[in-house]
Design a protein around this ligand. Structure first.
Ligand SMILES: C[S@@+](CC[C@H](N)C(=O)[O-])C[C@H]1O[C@@H](n2cnc3c(N)ncnc32)[C@H](O)[C@@H]1O
Length: 428
């Protein structure tokens, strides 16, 4: 038969005791039960309840003891199993230890063998490293050498840059020079073209002259120090057209011959050529003789003498020919010019044509100025004055001054090679 659990027994006992006690109190209070009997009954009930509690407590203690015992037994069995397991484990461990030792030994042998191989490998690697180190040191040396080369290269580049700058500046210089040269070439071309035009004009004039006149001997050179064909043609035209008979020439030379032929051919007359230099006077006379013009051309040696405007000639300068002498201002403050000794013209009047081509410019600043004031009074009314070389400033000034001082004259520029000015008295 199953017994009640101690805790339930305890609860039931306590509940029963409680119910009995409450019932007895209620019955006693109601007077249904004698209080004393109720008290005795209550004590009995309580005793029974106490006994039931004790029984329940004992049973509970027993139950616990039984459970502890059972647990102890289970733990003992577990311990036994554990001991058995441990023993088995120990045996297994022993076996394992043996196998591990063997494996350790084998492994050691393998490791040792491997270490031997590694040592060899390491030695080889060390060898390779050493080779590598020497290669690196060679590379280092090469790098250092290359650094030196690089420095050389840098210097070379610097030199090249400097050279390039020099070349560039030389090229610029050359460019400027080429520009200048280009300008010079253009100027030269213009000069050449001008010169070609002049040459053609002179050739044309020479052909005209040769067609008009027939020289009997080789003719002296024209142009340069001598008159040019174009101005000679102008003079010969005047002789041919105006039948000029008395011609005075300042400065003898080639022109004296051409003028002589013209006078001889166109109506007759004479040429008086003034020459300050004895040697050139002689040379010109020789030319005149060579051409058989001695009856037409008279070369007069007229040394330079001081001439004062409005006055008489003051006498010879006493200087060597060609030496620059006094200018417009003389020692006494008045204007004096070295000019041909005017006594060479004493017998010359009624002049039709004057060719002013001397004295040379190196004898005085306005060397040709006296020609007009000296000769104009000896000229015919219709006379012509031709001043050569008016492209030169001195001769231009001479012409300007003549025109300023002689309002009775008219001047016209003639486009000759060296420039010329033609002057005449104004028609009345
Ligand atoms: C401009 S030249 C002209 C001479 C002259 N009217 C002529 O056309 O041949 C003037 C002066 O040059 C000088 N002269 C003359 N013959 C010369 C020559 N062969 N070489 C250098 N000068 C000369 C003379 O003193 C002359 O008076």
């Amino acid at each position: 038969m199953r017994t009640l659990p101690p805790r339930l027994l305890l609860i039931i006992s306590a509940a029963f005791a409680g119910v009995v006690m409450i019932t007895l109190v209620l019955l006693s209070a109601a007077g249904a039960v004698d209080p004393i009997a109720a008290a005795q009954l209550a004590v009995s009930v309580l005793t029974l309840a106490a006994a039931a509690v004790i029984v329940a407590a004992v049973r509970r203690t027993d139950g616990k003891a039984l459970r502890i015992d059972a647990r102890t037994k289970r733990e003992e069995a577990a311990l036994t199993r554990a001991e058995h397991g441990l023993a088995q484990l120990a045996a297994t461990l022993d076996g394992l230890t043996g196998r591990l030792e063997e494996a350790g030994l084998r492994q050691s042998r393998v490791v040792l063998a491997a270490l031997g191989e590694d040592r060899m490998e390491l030695t080889a690697q060390a060898e390779r490293l050493s080779q590598l180190a020497s290669a690196v040191s060679r590379v280092d040396a090469t790098v250092r050498e290359s650094a030196g080369d690089l420095e050389d290269l840098r210097k070379l580049r610097h030199d090249h840059e400097q050279l390039a700058r020099t070349v560039l500046s030389a090229v610029r210089d050359l460019d400027e020079r080429l520009d200048t040269l280009g300008g010079a070439v253009r100027d030269g071309q213009a000069d050449l073209a001008r010169s070609a035009r002049h040459n053609y004009a002179q050739l044309e004039a020479l052909i005209d002259l040769r067609a008009l006149l027939q020289p009997r001997a080789p003719l002296p050179r024209l142009r340069g120090w001598a008159a040019s064909p174009d101005v000679l043609r102008l003079l010969i035209e005047r002789i041919a057209v105006d039948r000029a008979k008395i011609i005075v020439e300042c400065g003898s030379g080639s022109s004296s011959i051409w003028l002589g032929y013209a006078v001889q051919q166109f109506g007759g007359g004479r040429v008086v050529a003034l020459e300050h230099d004895e040697r050139f006077a002689e040379a010109s006379r020789d030319l005149v003789l060579a051409h058989g013009l001695q009856d037409v051309v008279e070369v007069r040696h007229a040394p330079l003498a001081s001439w004062t405007p409005g006055g008489q000639a003051a006498g010879r300068t006493g200087e060597e020919p060609g030496t620059p002498q006094e200018g417009p201002t003389g020692p006494d403050g008045g204007e004096t010019f070295p000019w041909y000794d005017t006594s060479a013209l004493d017998d010359v009047t009624g002049i039709d044509l004057v060719f002013v081509d001397g004295p040379p410019g190196n004898t005085a600043p306005l060397a040709r100025y006296p020609a007009l004031p000296v000769l104009l009074p000896r000229c015919a009314d219709e006379a012509w004055f031709v001043l050569d070389d008016t492209d030169r400033p001195a001769e231009r000034e001479v012409a300007d001054r003549w025109l300023r001082e002689h309002p009775e004259l008219t001047g016209a520029a003639y486009p000759a090679e060296k420039g010329a000015m033609v002057l005449r008295r104004n028609p009345r």
